[in-house]
Design a protein around this ligand. Sequence first.
Ligand code: HGY
Ligand code: MN
Ligand code: MN
Length: 416
Amino acid sequence: MVAGGPIGAGVGGARAVARCNALGLAPYTDMADGLFRAYLSPAYRAAQATLAEWMAQARMAVRQDAAANLIGRYEGTTPAAPALIIGSHLDSVRDGGRYDGPLGIMLGIEAVAALNDAGRRMPFAIEVYAFGDEEGSRFPAAMLTSRAVAGTLDAAALAVVDADGVALADAGVDVGAYLSAARRSGEVLAYLEAHIEQGPVLEAEGLAVGTVTGIAAQVRYRVQVTGQAGHAGTATMPLRRDALAGAAEMILAVERIAASAASDLVATVGRIEAQPGAANVIPGAVTFSLDVRAGEQARRDLAASEICAQLQEIARRRSLGVEVALVHDLPASPCDPALVDVMDAALAAAEQPSRRLVSGAGHDAMVMAALCPTAMLFIRCRGGVSHNPAEHVDPADAQIALTVMSGFIDRLGGSV
Ligand code: HGY
Ligand code: MN
Ligand code: MN
């Protein structure tokens, strides 16, 4: 089922949720029993084709840029005026939820559809971006495609290979032209992203939506621990150099340091691989991911250096080797204060209480801030659950978000 066709006012939110649900099923997912949509995969391409139809139904001109972002453009009354970009991401984490990313894209399409249904145009064009790689769930780097648009990506970052050994260059894009996806700052008025909160605050306070004031700083590493493989039955315990036991102690140290900070600091080891991975072989090598975040860069960096020092100390004590390689470093990104005020005014006009909050989750908005002023609107999600198939959004909340977004656009266009 693909939700389409013209609709009356007041149900764009329900259609946005229905479309996210439609994209949660085959052929829009790369996994048999859940949702995983990887950048440039067959599921990604199928989702782009359906999104392009929905964008065209809202009377947008549709194109793809050199980074394989899908873009719908709804002209304004002043053709050369800088455009408002509304966007979020089309890729997902493995076994993810249906709304993390797509909801922001669908609400952008609904905001344009509402203008078109009313025969209205703003003084600026509106471009809806479906970014391709926010999660970094295929290639070992996140936000590739929004960094290409923001002009902050260097060519070296394109030399990436996925877990199956497929290089980005062989995945369906021309890496030689990739950086031409960059937009000039003069052609973009602002960037607006609506996204589920992915946290418990709005639900706990009985709120449907909230205004984001900024996005936490995040740094991600790949940690490689080396010991000595050996026979599980003959190698005596005191003589072992067990890379997995060492990694386990390191991971508990990560948790202890983050938990003891008693602040918004968080640290996560989300992925681990032990080699050779046989039940009767002492692991000789382990690779794990390390993700450290805090609202303020200085606190994030202090915690990251304390964690790295602990990893070295544990390795020394256990006669293990350890290498910590930086995967990406995303600075804290404040939303534009003036746009935060505009968002709050749109909330008030929609009879929604003002609630400002910082995002612990990363978003394409933190990258787009290098190009233009940014604004984000959070939408309540059940239990604050995300990156999980149980992710859920109430269509009524999506409708409230759409009303707020339309009010934001009207204020930006000076029509209020
Ligand atoms: O990791 C994040 O915060 C985002 O979901 N990519
Ligand atoms: Mn997201
Ligand atoms: Mn996510």
